[in-house]
Design a protein around this ligand. Structure first.
Ligand code: ISJ
Length: 482
């Protein structure tokens, strides 16, 4: 095991194959696009899947390196450890999308103890996959045989054991393994829900919402987002590749992700590993909410808050959307988010531009959305912006400190990585992060899933309507289980 890098709470995993050499070695080769579900099913733990609008889709497995950190300074700790990891690289990526990138995320709260169902999830955890398949162009998740774009296979090693010849040999082996994959059976139907338990019943919800509204009326708080959790026992174990595929079909414009926890001892995994060895939970979702994207000095973000349902007809959809855009409570709730994001970006930005407020229509709900872009005044790491923005009042509240305390004191469950930043960044500090809502964590044997959903409370919020909105926000994941 190599010595720990950086601060004591931050470690890089080992490559585990004793090849000699040092630094980071990465080799890529273009391949025939392999079948997405088979690639996910065959990947070693810890696995990562990242499929985002306008981005290459990535399936990664095994750990070339892992970074973990804890506490309020976990964002900077990860950034610094990554700088160390990326410091010396021998990289032949072939295409930009296959360059070494760290995939992972953060716990919602600064104090995170990883209690069930979040066992194994650190307060911050990032994976540099040992084997990665990158699909450029058309999203491969739907398995469309006519899907365009290229596919690349990448093998990466990091640390004192990394050696180019060994990585190149592994790349040849991985290619052979990839070529032997065939598309599995048709996409499985949802597993079925045998039983479900709420963390919060209606009475408790009324009490919590009313207590929050009293504080809002008193001027103590302007907004707070309270969430609920729902635990579902499944009739059959969850098929993760099939679930991601079905989510891709219904939510093609959302960020779809799978993040398995890197193991607490620094993230090693068996070189010829079995994806189920040790059993790991799976955090997955299909979120519409971008946190931040940084390329060069250009920042893209936005406010997404204010919710209504879908109509039965296009005309009803339009009517609901118009009502939403003119509803005082929802517009107020939305403006708090847009204003806070602009304020949080201001110290970093040479200029901030706000796009036109509109409607984001998803399969199950409609939201008010305002795109926000900024040009930075100086070079920055995307994690600086993640830290500055998280949590926006779309998932936290205002003032932030009081809202977070209220969430902590009120919610009878651990948010874990729900509503927190998930995404990736590269050696240049560019990256893309989403807010992990419309998400759930499956138990290691896949027979139980914990879902999470929250609502923004402002003056004039009504406990019953907010209860209904929570149930609506479970739908994207629940529909894939029932
Ligand atoms: C907190 C969630 O969603 C957030 C809250 C919203 C609202 O209160 O209107 C809308 C979109 C998200 O920013 C969730 O889906 O769990």
């Amino acid at each position: 095991m190599e010595p720990p890098r950086g601060e004591s709470s931050v470690r890089a995993g080992r490559t585990g194959d004793g090849e000699g050499g040092s630094g980071l070695v990465s080799r890529s080769v273009r391949v025939e696009a392999p079948p997405f579900r088979a690639v996910v099913a065959a990947a070693d733990s810890p696995r990562v899947v990242w499929a985002a609008p306008g981005e290459a889709t990535v399936v990664g497995g095994g750990a070339a390196a892992t970074l973990t950190a804890a506490g309020a300074d976990r964002f900077t700790a990860i950034r610094d450890a990554a700088a160390d990891l990326f410091a010396s690289g021998d990289v032949h990526a072939g295409t930009l999308a296959a360059r070494p990138r760290l995939f992972g995320g953060f716990a919602y709260h600064d104090e995170h103890d990883g209690t069930a169902p979040w066992t194994g999830y650190p307060a911050a955890g990032f994976l540099l996959p040992r084997v990665q398949v990158t699909y450029t162009g058309t999203d491969p998740t739907t398995g469309d045989p006519d899907a365009g774009g290229e596919a690349w296979l990448t093998v990466t090693a990091a640390g004192p054991d990394a050696a180019p010849e060994a990585v190149e040999a592994r790349l040849r082996d991985a290619r052979t393994a990839l070529e032997s994959l065939s598309e599995p059976d048709p996409v499985a139907a949802p597993p079925g829900v045998a039983d479900r338990r709420r963390t919060t019943d209606r009475d408790a919800w009324h009490d919590s919402v009313n207590a929050a509204l009293t504080r809002i009326e008193a001027g103590d708080l302007r907004k707070v987002v309270l969430a609920q959790a729902l635990e579902a026992d499944l009739e059959r174990p969850l098929d993760i590749p099939a679930t991601l595929t079905r989510l891709a079909e219904r939510y093609p414009d959302c960020y779809r992700f799978l993040l398995e926890p890197i193991s607490p001892d620094g993230g090693d995994s068996t070189p010829d590993g079995d994806a189920t060895v040790g059993g790991r939970p799976s955090f997955f979702g299909a979120t519409p909410e971008r946190l931040v994207d940084l390329t060069g000095r250009t920042v893209e973000t936005g406010a997404l808050a204010g919710t209504t349902g879908r109509g039965e007809t296009p005309a009803e959809d339009e009517w609901l959307a118009r009502e939403l855009l003119h509803d005082g409570k929802n517009v107020h709730e939305h403006e708090i988010v847009a204003d806070a994001i602009r304020d949080q970006l201001a110290p970093y930005a040479a200029s901030v531009a706000t796009g036109e407020r509109g409607i984001r229509r998803l399969a199950t709900v409609q939201h008010i959305e305002t795109p926000i872009t900024a040009e930075l005044g100086a070079d920055r790491h995307v994690l600086d912006l993640v830290e500055a923005l998280h949590p926006t009042p779309a998932v936290g509240g205002l003032p932030p400190g009081r809202a977070l305390r209220t969430i902590r004191d009120t919610e009878p469950f651990d948010r874990g990585w729900y509503a927190a930043p998930v995404g990736w960044f590269d050696a240049a500090g560019y990256g893309s992060f989403a807010v992990a809502i419309r998400s759930a964590v499956a138990s290691p044997d896949g027979d139980r899933v914990s879902l999470f959903a929250g609502v923004g409370l402002v003056t004039d919020s009504d406990p019953d309507r907010e209860w209904d909105e929570v149930q609506l926000k479970y739908r994207p994941i629940l529909d894939e289980l029932e």
